[in-house]
Design a protein around this ligand. Structure first.
Ligand code: GLU
Length: 316
């Protein structure tokens, strides 16, 4: 059997917050508790929004928190930053193109909004297929006016998989998702293609990430299949909410690691409160990641979102 390999794949568009650190913690515990390998990949596809300084700050926060990795990040070199990996994405793009799965899409944001019904929690829409059957002449004409994005055609087919945390998840690719973008009109590759290409190339066997990305997974499984790559197993973890169940926001106190580091001085109290919130410990006593790794099990982690207790917000 392939050795277990997990990763943390942050997008460095801001300082790491409690939700991100919970994801790092669970992905690290999941592999370290079984002696697996752990990687850090920086998802800075949108290089303008993701300066290197923020990526460096994420590494610093992770080190402080006690998360270590076997490869990746700045010590691993430039190939661990998605902004430097477009050569690999080009190859995958080519493979999809050879299977006649791609087409240019000229729809503007305004046109998309007007044509589609709101759909997903991530704000994306089921694409109506407007550009799917343009003739070569129409494409040539439209290209003169604006550069197109690229979409992948999806079939009218049900994709089903068992998530290690959420259980069975099923979706009809055409009805629930629609043809999706893999390269933006400015040439930047989309998350769906990059994450699949990278996880496969890096030998990742398990992906742990927020429940908000569950809906992306059928699209990614479709790409794995079409690219002839082995898909990892997935664990979509609960999101953290305010005590009344609302999504956490700035109003609930600044829960980024900058503030928490300053206020608490050491990671064990934060690890302890997250461990209690997520069911790994019965009380919020300070604890180390190593102590949690000793008896970690996914059976303890709930699938529903987790409300942070009032005292945590007051402390922060
Ligand atoms: N880069 C994504 C994020 O920060 C995570 C992607 C993934 O884990 O698949 O939300």
């Amino acid at each position: 059997m392939q050795p277990v390999c997990g990763r943390f794949a942050p997008t460095p568009s801001g300082r790491i917050h409690l939700g991100n650190i919970l994801c790092a913690m669970l992905s690290w515990l999941s592999v370290r508790s079984v002696g697996g390998r752990y990687l850090l990949r920086i998802e800075d596809l949108d290089a303008m929004r993701c300066p290197r300084s923020l990526a460096d700050l994420i590494e610093d926060d992770l080190h402080w928190f006690g998360i270590d990795w076997d490869d990746g990040g700045s010590a691993g070199g430039e190939q661990w930053y998605q902004s430097n990996r477009s050569g690999l994405y080009d190859i995958c793009y080519q493979q999809l193109e050879e299977q006649d799965l791609l087409y240019p899409c000229f729809c503007s944001r305004a046109e998309l909004h007007a044509a589609q019904a709101p759909h997903r929690s991530d704000g994306t829409y089921v694409y109506a297929g407007t550009c799917r059957s343009l003739t070569p002449e129409q494409i040539a004409e439209k290209r003169k006016r604006r550069p197109p994005a690229t979409r992948v055609k999806v079939p009218d087919r049900v994709v089903s998989f068992t998530d290690g945390c959420q259980g069975q998840y099923t979706e009809n690719l055409a009805k629930d998702c629609g043809d999706f973008i893999i390269r933006r009109s400015d040439g930047v590759y989309g998350y769906q293609l990059a994450v699949v290409a990278d996880d496969a190339a890096m030998g990742v066997t398990e992906v742990v990430r927020g429940r908000d990305l569950l809906e992306s997974t059928p699209r990614q499984l479709y790409l794995y299949e079409k690219l002839g790559l082995q898909a990892p197993v997935f664990y979509h973890i609960p999101l953290l909410t305010a005590p009344d169940g609302r999504r956490l926001s700035k109003r609930d106190g600044d829960l980024d690691l900058g503030v928490l580091r300053e206020k608490l001085g050491r990671p064990e109290p934060i690890i302890g409160m997250l461990a209690a919130a997520i069911g790994l410990r019965s009380t919020a006593q300070p604890v180390t990641l190593q102590e949690l790794a000793a008896d970690f099990s996914w059976d303890k982690v709930p699938k529903e979102d987790v409300a942070l207790p009032e005292e945590i917000l007051r402390k922060a």
